[in-house]
Ligand binder design. Structure first.
Ligand code: PSU
Ligand code: MN
Length: 305
């Protein structure tokens, strides 16, 4: 048994980590399952570019041919984007089978945290985290992202979570698990497409320097687990509350009628919301990911100081 048989860190990332340069982890389920082709590939490449422009090095993660890959090439990103829903959506539980069968897997927030942690990357940028689904009191559908945040030392910069989820229960769960949920210049949990959700946060943090200090404090004293850094979508790209609220209600109704459940749930709802909003939700989605990449790069630079 040997980690080296499974983990492949790209030479650029390996060198960057050795030289204590700032690195930002990126997931790939957002590429294969979160957005349609070709916007998914364009977005993934642009996100990498934004991280570089802001002085950090991007490490997009996936499982390819049974290897845990840290730092994908452009060709590999393109491959995942084209293969889309045919790639296995790989969360924590899926990893062993995909490795043994030498298959491909797109990493979720949970599994990207696992790969980042194995490589030694502490800051991760994405769109939104998974959470407690509406109706979880009967379905028990709670994303493995929350468990991962409870145990793996990686900070996740996101635009909060979508209200396809039960945001109140998601916050309760994170509280139980001891995961700090910190707002960037806000006291309110952002709800992905909108800057507001009506739910208050533990703390409002006003600078990337301060985030880096908080992460160092947490992990220095042995408080295991991740941190949610909630960065609201920029005002000019935010969606109208009623438009998105109605689209989500409609998408949830259709999911129910079609008996969609388990790991198909999130991708189904994302695609439906996009369809109902005639692509407007996708535009917002792309912009908020860019915004998160920038903040993550700033935090990563401060974290390595
Ligand atoms: N939320 C989004 N876009 C996404 C996802 C969530 O707005 O692409 C993806 C992420 O990869 C996240 C995963 O980790 O869905 C959560 O899926 P599940 O709820 O099945 O754990
Ligand atoms: Mn689920």
């Amino acid at each position: 048994m040997n980690l080296k048989n499974y983990l492949e860190v790209s030479p650029e990332i390996e060198l960057a980590l050795k030289e204590n340069k700032p690195v930002v982890a990126l997931e790939s389920t957002i590429i294969s399952h979160g957005m349609p082709y070709p916007q998914n590939v364009e977005t993934a490449l642009k996100v990498e570019e934004i991280i570089r422009e802001n002085g950090a090095i991007p490490a997009t993660m996936a499982i390819l041919n049974g290897k845990l890959k840290v730092g994908l090439s452009k060709e590999e990103i393109d491959y995942l984007g084209k293969k889309g829903l045919k790639v296995i959506k790989a969360s924590r539980r899926d990893i062993p089978v995909i490795l043994a069968k030498k298959e491909d897997g797109a990493t979720t927030v949970a599994s990207t945290m696992i790969l980042a942690n194995l490589a030694g990357i502490k800051i991760f940028a994405t769109g939104g985290i998974g959470g407690v689904h509406r109706g979880a009191e009967t379905t028990m559908d709670i994303s493995a992202d929350l468990e991962e945040l409870a145990m793996t030392d990686v900070a996740v910069v996101c635009a909060g979570a979508k209200s396809i989820l039960d945001l109140g229960l998601t916050l309760e769960y994170l509280e139980t698990k001891g995961v700090p949920v910190l707002g960037y210049k806000t006291k309110e949990l952002p709800a992905f497409y909108t800057r507001e959700s009506g739910f208050n946060l533990d703390a409002k943090i006003d600078s990337p320097e301060e985030f880096a200090e908080i992460l160092k404090a947490k992990w220095s004293v042995g408080l295991k687990g991740g941190v949610v850094i909630a960065n609201p979508i920029p005002e000019k790209f935010a969606m109208d509350y009623n438009t998105i609220h109605n689209a989500i209600e409609e998408a949830l109704k259709e999911a129910k009628e079609n008996h969609i459940k388990g790991k198909e749930s999130t991708p189904f709802l994302l695609a439906k919301v996009k369809e109902i909003t005639k692509g407007k939700s996708l535009e917002s989605n792309i912009e908020l990911v860019f915004n998160n990449a920038k903040l993550a790069a700033e935090i990563a630079k401060n974290f390595v100081k």
